[in-house]
Design a protein. Sequence first.
Length: 349
Amino acid sequence: MKIIKSKSTKINDVNFSTIKFGEIFTDHMFECNYDNDKWEDPVIKPYSSINLDPSTHVFHYGQAIFEGMKGYKDKNEDLWLFRPKDNYERIKKSCERMHIPILPEDYFFQGLNKLISLERDWVSNEPGSSIYIRPFVFSSSEMLAASPSKKYKFLIICSPGAAYYSKPLSVYIEDKFSRAAPGGAGYAKAAGNYGAAFYPTSIAISKGFDQIVWTDSSTHQKIEEVGTMSVVFRINDKLITPLTSDTILDGVTRKSVIQVARDIGIEVEERDITVKELISEFKSGNLKEVFGCGTAAVIAPINSFGYKDEKFQLEELDNDFASKIKTAIINIQQNISDDTHNWRYKITE
């Protein structure tokens, strides 16, 4: 793999105490191009703009997918990723659904190793610190024909960690718009899934909420996700989360939450949960917690939710499950506690 090192660094110009999520980028990036039916040799080079023709395929037909990952540094200055194999497997599923050629696994992991090693100074070993890693691929042929692209670009860029949500969320249960439909691309991390979510989310924000709860496209009664995250409900002392399907993203953090919860003795059930059931459990006093989970936030507490013209406020708990699970996951990620499931991946020089 060719590595072209930057002649300077931007790190000294960054105020790490005030950065916002995903607005500052590190000094290097990984790039690999697909042409003539094969992936070419990858390169790591200084972070820079990409020159694209106005006819570039992705602008017109949206063949694009991405992933979200995090890197961590422990007290010994060793660098770690969290479950990167799961991210690669999901990239493969997303590429297949969007008819994009799959980057070889060895290119992906070599790229991560070399890139994160180069950017090690951007990663702090302070508790809660991380570097956000964004692998993505898009169609890059210069063509207007409504057919699959012949060329693609796969890139990995990095951004120093910052909190995604800084306070508990208030969410609105959507009863008109849909994130995904059966047979669609809801299970893929396709760029268009997120672009199509912005408008209904803006309506929820105009009503005073922070995010949207997605429901099924047929009845708008089965709860699927919250914003860009998986969603978990605590009813009495049991956690319930919607079962994944072709309309729900198979979240890496979701799977980690489920396993860690079971490890510490919390019962977890994966099943459909309806809006009617949720409101009924709230009114009966059984709904104790709601939280979202995803790579960027790890766990985002939700303290209220709205449905039609009603709003439901949850009581604050002293001994909540969300905090316990989040702490357990972060301790694994940062090599503070034992990794009994072999989720950590050590970055090698």
